[in-house]
Design a binder for this molecule. Structure first.
Ligand code: FES
Length: 135
């Protein structure tokens, strides 16, 4: 049986950014068809000035709740660390492969578990953007 990496075990034992954000700017809810597990991602978005002028929106805060397996929890925790502080555009580009690489690659049979975390942040950003329409 393939073993979990040190990073997976660390993020599973001490998950970062677990919980909920009150009045979040965006929420992503994702269910995993393969196993029935569910995850929720909450984001707070803020604006900052760019050195070249203008403003960009970025992920000021992020929290997650995962009702899932160890690999889903570790992937979600790593995902929050990868996107926190990133611009919305850069956060939207963080993929399942980025998360798996940062985790030291999950065992193949657990690879699908990282879908939750990548989709969760993408959906939270889409939710935030949909709420800005017409503002
Ligand atoms: Fe469901 Fe891993 S077994 S997310």
């Amino acid at each position: 049986m393939e073993q979990y990496s040190k990073e997976v075990m660390d993020h599973f034992a001490n998950p970062r950014n677990v919980g909920e954000i009150e009045n979040p700017d965006g929420v992503g809810t994702v269910g995993n068809m393969k196993c029935g597990d569910v995850m929720y991602v909450f984001i707070k978005v803020a604006s900052r000035e760019l050195a070249v002028g203008g403003l960009e929106e970025f992920i000021e805060d992020i929290k997650f709740k995962t009702l899932g397996c160890a690999a889903a929890i570790a992937s979600s925790s790593m995902m929050t660390e990868l996107v926190k502080g990133k611009s919305l555009d850069d956060a939207a580009k963080v993929s399942r492969d980025d998360i798996n690489t940062a985790l030291g690659i999950l065992p193949k049979q657990k690879y699908h578990c990282s879908i939750l975390s990548a989709e969760g942040i993408h959906k939270a950003i889409a939710d935030y953007k949909s709420k800005q329409v017409g503002k």
